[in-house]
Write a protein that binds this ligand. Structure first.
Ligand code: FAD
Ligand code: NA
Length: 389
């Protein structure tokens, strides 16, 4: 590229939404990513052996109630009518999630109606008051009662956090939705579906613009190339979607994250579990869930004699692990405030996305947040007066 008006660090949904919007406004945008592929954590690829589309960084389900985001997404991809459902295995039985009337009646071997079930759960939850809850366990019991908590929440949460729920903060959960109907649709949003040709095709179409150049395997924080931090900051506007603490060389100490390990396996059967996601609620199974990718695209012609599964394990991230979910301890929150202060004084650098702001963002939230940055913060900062709007 002969000309770059702006550098974007990170080719996930946040970075690519900013890139596409700014290119449409007339700017020449360069996007770099340290990985050798585009798309950030939403990246997906056909499994080499079976052709089944695999989400490399964990199953990604698209859902939103934001009409503007839905309209924007539909410029680059169509969506299948996929509707997400999750089941969980507990003591040799499979139950529907989120906890609903079907879960309750199966668990208590009952045939309660909605009102009776509501009463039962209220009674069981009356054991503790939410306001008095000193830890996650007490909070959960105060919301849904001890029996459901012990079966479906306690050990799963302990696996997710490698921590006894009695040692987790009560505000890790604010609510535990129980549905007093048989509706076990996982998401409540107005729009839901999977990109017909996959996530990578969607994001590649966002990048397919004459004023966007993408350079992969290029780390902003590595020196020795013309798009590094020291070569660009102060010289052109930068949108940074990498980890906030790393940008500042961890001066305030590292922000803590959980990471996931994924164990992919091809099995010689046409269908392993009959559904896309099965949680494992019990402590004797070390993984939290198994994804079976063929079920995300029942409309596709996939092999009938092989299937791809991915076991998911959760643990605290070490320095070189992929950061996935903010741990958000009190120490993290204090550090975050100091990093935000530093970020504010970093002129012409705009921090965005889930890593750049240290918060979990669903894809639709990352897109919405990028659209809002383009609308509210970038035009003025870039003095786009002379640029075609
Ligand atoms: P990312 O996608 O993480 O992109 C950031 C990019 O920046 C990465 O490609 C990274 O390589 C790059 N980068 C970092 N540092 C540097 C550097 N120094 N130099 C160059 N490049 C750098 N959302 C949903 O809506 N539905 C789901 O079901 C869902 N499931 C998820 C499951 C998991 C396990 C995780 C972790 C997230 C899930 N999400 C889901 C969230 C979704 O992945 C994010 O919303 C989306 O990735 C946010 O995009 P982003 O651009 O902010 O970050
Ligand atoms: Na209660």
């Amino acid at each position: 590229m002969t000309r770059a008006d702006m550098l974007i660090v990170g080719s996930g949904f946040f970075g690519m939404t900013v890139a596409e919007r700014m290119a449409e406004l007339g700017l020449h945008v360069v996007v770099i990513d340290r990985r050798d592929h585009i798309g950030g954590n939403a990246f997906s690829e056909p499994d080499a052996e079976t052709g089944i589309e695999v989400h490399r960084y964990g199953a990604h389900l698209f859902h939103t109630s934001n009409g503007a985001v839905w309209e924007y997404a539909n410029r680059f991809t169509t969506f299948t009518p996929y509707v997400h459902h999750v089941y969980t295995k507990h003591r040799g039985e499979v139950y529907p999630l989120p906890i609903n009337l079907g879960t309750i009646n199966q668990f208590f071997r009952s045939a309660l109606g909605p009102e009776q079930a509501r009463q039962l759960i209220a009674e069981q939850a009356s054991e503790l008051n939410s306001e008095d809850a000193a830890d996650l366990e007490q909070k959960a019991i105060s919301l849904i009662g001890r029996p459901l908590y012990e079966a479906f929440i306690r050990d799963y949460t302990a696996k997710q956090w490698q921590t006894d729920p009695r040692e987790l903060s009560a505000d890790v959960i604010t609510r535990l939705p129980v549905r007093y109907t048989y509706d076990n649709r996982y998401f409540n949003d107005r729009f839901e579906g999977l990109p017909t040709d996959g996530y990578t095709a969607w994001i590649e179409r966002m990048a397919d613009h004459p004023r966007i150049e993408v350079r992969l395997s290029t780390d902003f924080l590595d020196e020795g190339h013309d798009l590094s931090k020291s070569a660009t900051v102060g010289r052109l506007p930068v949108v940074y979607t990498g980890p906030l603490d790393r940008y500042f060389d961890d001066v305030e100490g590292p922000l803590s994250w959980r990471t996931l390990d994924f164990e992919r396996e091809v099995l010689p059967v046409g269908d392993f579990q009959g559904t896309s996601v099965m949680n494992y609620a019990d402590p004797d199974v070390p993984y939290t869930r198994i994804h079976e990718f063929r079920h995300f695209h029942p409309e596709r012609a996939y092999p009938a004699d092989r299937t791809v599964i991915m076991r998911e394990y959760s643990r605290f991230a070490q320095r070189d692990d992929e950061p996935y979910y903010p741990v958000n301890t009190a120490a993290d929150r204090e550090r975050l405030l100091r990093y935000r202060e530093l970020a504010r004084s970093e002129r012409d650098v705009f921090f965005g996305g889930r890593l750049g702001t240290y918060q979990y963002l669903d894809m639709h939230m990352a897109i919405a947040s990028a659209m809002s940055m383009v609308q509210n913060r970038l035009p003025e900062a870039l003095s786009l007066g002379g640029v075609r709007r």
